[in-house]
Structure formats: C-alpha cells, structure tokens
Design a protein around this ligand. Structure first.
Ligand SMILES: N[C@@H](CCC(=O)N[C@@H](CS)C(=O)NCC(=O)O)C(=O)O
Length: 211
C-alpha cells in the first residue's frame, strides 16, 4: 500500500524484496530507506513521504473526511488484515502455498526449520489480537462484514472518498487485491468477487498505477 502512495505522489523508487522482515527498523514489512533514514510501518512511511516531498494525496479532504478515512484504515489494517493472515497461515489447505510463497525466499533446508516457528509465531499473534480465539466461521463472518462495509461505503463512487484517489484507496487496494488475487482459497475472496463495485475498482487501480 505504501508503494501505491509513492505512485500517487509520483516519487521515483526501487522495490527491494527480502526473505524476512528482520532488517526493518520495526522487524516488520514494509519499510523504506531514504537519505540514510530507515522508516518502518506503512502509516509512518506515508506520513514521511508526503511531508518530505510536499505532496499529500489527501489534500482535498476535509477534517471530517480524513476522520472517516482514518476509521476505515483501522478497519482494514487492524481487523480485516488479521482475517487474511488467518486464512494464509492457519487454514491447512492454504499453509502449503504460504510456506512456498511468503517464506519461499528462505533456502529450503532453513525453511523446514523456520516455517513451523514462523507459523507458531503468527498463531500467537492472532490469539494476542483476539481474532484467533474465534471459530473459523466467526473469523470469516467478521472479515466478510468488513469487506461489505467497504463495498457499501464505496457504492457507485469512483474512489472511496469521491472522484479522486486518496491514501485510503491505496490502503484498501493493498489489502483487497491481496485477498482477491493471491491463490488463497477463502470466503473473503468469494465475498470480494460478489461485490462487483470493489472488483471493478481494483481492476481500475491496477490499470492506472501498475499497467
Ligand atoms: N500496520 C503495519 C503492519 C505491518 C505488518 O504486520 N507486516 C507483516 C507483513 S504484512 C510482517 O512484517 N510480519 C512479520 C512479523 O510479524 O514478524 C503496516 O502497515 O506497516
């Protein structure tokens, strides 16, 4: 999602893919390096870039609109995100795919050791968050409700906050495209597929920014 904001504000950048998140300043992905500074967390990255380059994709938004966007951002990053993580890491049928893709850059012998440890760590994070304490159907119901809320709020608009893309579109795209297009079977993917206003908006953003 932070790369999409970089596209929106037209700052040149180079993507680097690492096997693990450990080198990042917060031990998580994404993180950036700019002029000798390392910044972790997509929210802080977006804040840094918009201030450093003086180009804010949210400049046209009122205070009230920014508040709505902030609330949707938390829904996406702090709730829906974890339902996606659950599907990828804990649903047995998807775990084989996650092991080969998310952990695929770790050489195979090391991966055999790292994979179960990483999975245990993710399970603990899900329990710590709270979502991992629910039954599978309940987790999916929660995720589908979040997707429904985003789709209902988008309605027939071109972008979440109106006619022009803003940073919340980047956040939503980052997560929804990951659910819709990654080869992970899930009721969340099916829910997005049913919401054609969401799928057409994802396609439109892919064409606009990643053609
Ligand atoms: N809200 C943070 C979330 C960061 C995050 O959870 N990143 C995951 C990958 S999508 C990660 O690095 N997980 C590794 C770990 O928790 O050890 C952001 O948007 O930057």
């Amino acid at each position: 999602m932070s790369d999409l904001v970089v596209h929106m504000i037209e700052v040149p950048y180079r993507s680097v893919v690492d096997a693990t998140p450990f080198k990042g300043p917060k031990g998580k992905l994404p993180w950036i390096e700019h002029e000798g500074r390392r910044i972790g967390d997509s929210g802080f990255i977006i804040e840094y870039l918009t201030q450093r380059f003086g180009r804010d994709p949210d400049t046209a938004l009122s205070q009230a609109e920014r508040a709505v966007a902030a609330a949707f951002r938390r829904l996406l990053e702090e709730n829906l995100y974890w339902t996606m993580v659950y599907d990828r890491w804990l649903v047995e049928a998807n775990w084989a795919i996650t092991k080969e893709t998310v952990l695929g850059r770790i050489p195979a012998p090391a991966r055999m050791i790292v994979a179960p440890l990483a999975r245990r760590g993710v399970r603990q994070q899900l329990v710590g968050h709270g979502i991992g304490r629910h039954a599978r159907d309940e987790i999916h119901a929660i995720g589908c409700k979040d997707i429904g809320a985003i789709a209902d709020f988008l309605g027939a608009k071109s972008y979440l906050m109106g006619d022009a893309p803003t940073s919340i579109d980047a956040v939503a795209y980052g997560l929804l495209a990951n659910i819709a297009w990654a080869p992970i079977a899930s009721p969340l993917k099916e829910e997005i597929a049913k919401r054609t206003n969401l799928t057409s908006r994802l396609d439109r953003m892919r064409e606009r920014y990643f053609a």
